[in-house]
Write a protein that binds this ligand. Structure first.
Ligand code: FES
Length: 107
């Protein structure tokens, strides 16, 4: 199963074995990783699953859809060039080892 590592604003990290095809958001919320609220449950309509993707992984992510692009204008924390919505990233072998950082706030 592909691994994803979540880095909290205080530097604490958690690495999760994500089910193949699970979103980065779901892997976090189903394993008690703090910092990802995911109020809409992955419907790309809340922006509370905002993460900052480690730069080394940006080129390997699936392209951003229009919905995600729009919702990223609504994040509580500052949007950065490496901002993504974690519910829109599905884990697969290509993303094994992915690192994302959670923002200071989601709401
Ligand atoms: S969970 Fe709501 S936009 Fe990702």
């Amino acid at each position: 199963m592909p691994n994803v590592t979540y880095v909290q604003p205080n530097g604490e990290t958690q690495t999760i074995n994500a089910a193949f095809g699970a979103s980065v958001m779901h892997a976090a919320t189903s394993n008690g990783v703090p910092g990802i609220e995911a109020e809409c449950g992955g419907a790309c309509s809340c922006a509370t699953c905002h993460v900052y993707v480690d730069e080394a992984w940006l080129d390997r992510l699936p392209p951003m859809g229009e919905d995600e692009e729009g919702m990223l204008e609504c994040t509580a924390a500052e949007r950065r060039p490496n901002s993504r919505l974690s519910c829109q990233i599905s884990m697969d072998d290509e993303l094994d080892g992915l690192v994302v950082r959670t923002p200071e706030t989601q709401s």
